[in-house]
Ligand binder design. Structure first.
Ligand code: BJW
Length: 232
């Protein structure tokens, strides 16, 4: 298994205390998607959207990587081939756990973006609608995250990585949001062995050859241990 590509979602950070989206008490049970995760919602009420992301940024700043994040960092260090993490998560727990090769396809909570000039910078803990862009001085700043209807980041790198993958794993994602939800199917058609690691079967489970269900902090370290043992 030379090239390993791993897609992660909110479930991998759940045991670090960060909320998922579609679980019973998830973020979408408490906030309307159209209000907080679309460009139109931000245009209608930037204060509400900044409030949503400020609260999540404050929570993420206190969160610590769990055993699943750490196991993936160990895999990157000890696997003889390449390991790429494509995360849908906007937290920085993969990096905090020690992973280096990470694509944040839905952006980062710690990023700010000017939608007038596309300048990017590190977000303050609290963003407001009156923040000025440090490059063009317009008050057109927003969290650097990818909302519905926007093109995810890193597509130029993700498509070839899926094509070259020998092993593709999806961890802690419900398989409801595209294009990430189709990556298992793409990778399998292109020849990769596919594994789903999730608390329960996801909406995309049928695209995976191997299914491992349980809490990420338990099943991911076990899986990594097996991969590293099998390469020796
Ligand atoms: C555990 C666990 C534990 C819990 N251990 N597991 C109709 C058909 C098809 C597509 C579309 C359509 N209409 C529109 C679209 C496209 C649209 C889309 O997919 N919509 C769907 C709702 C149908 N997608 C887009 O608009 C995307 N852009 C796009 O498609 O551009 C076009 C294009 C693409 C490619 C090339 C060129 C053009 C953009 C999507 C942006 C998503 N943004 C969000 C919010 C912003 C970031 C943020 O605020 O954090 O991203 S939505 C939200 O969902 C967030 C997440 O990253 C994303 C995925 O959620 P995730 O990670 O799967 O979380 P959950 O909660 O759903 O699942 C958690 C899982 O973990 C569960 O299964 C639990 O069981 C499990 N779990 N505890 C292990 N301890």
């Amino acid at each position: 298994m030379e090239k390993i590509v791993i897609l992660t979602g909110a479930g991998i950070s759940a045991e670090s205390g960060l909320g998922t989206f579609r679980d019973e008490e998830g973020l979408w049970a408490q906030h309307a998607i159209d209000d907080v995760a679309t460009p139109d919602g931000f245009e209608r009420n930037p204060l509400l959207v900044h409030g949503f992301y400020n609260a999540r940024r404050a929570q993420a700043a206190k969160a610590k990587p769990n055993a699943a994040h750490k196991a993936l960092a160990r895999l990157e260090q000890e696997h003889r081939g390449e390991v790429l993490i494509i995360t849908q998560n906007v937290d920085s727990l993969h990096e905090a756990g020690g992973s280096r090769n990470v694509i944040h396809m839905h952006g980062r909570l710690n990023g700010a973006l000017c939608h007038a000039c596309e300048h990017r910078w590190e977000a303050p803990l609290e963003m407001t609608p009156t923040d000025q862009c440090p490059a063009c001085y317009e008050t057109t700043t927003r969290p650097d995250v990818v909302w519905f209807g926007e093109i995810p980041y890193g597509m130029h790198a993700i498509d070839p990585a899926l094509a070259a993958a020998d092993l593709f794993a999806a961890i802690g994602t419900s398989g409801n949001v595209f294009p990430a939800a189709a990556y298992g199917q793409h990778a399998r058609r292109l020849g990769a062995h596919t594994v789903e690691l999730n608390l329960e079967p996801s909406a995309a489970s049928r695209d995976f050859k191997e299914l491992r269900h349980g809490p990420a902090s338990e099943i991911v370290p076990e899986w990594v241990e097996e991969l590293l043992r099998d390469q020796t």
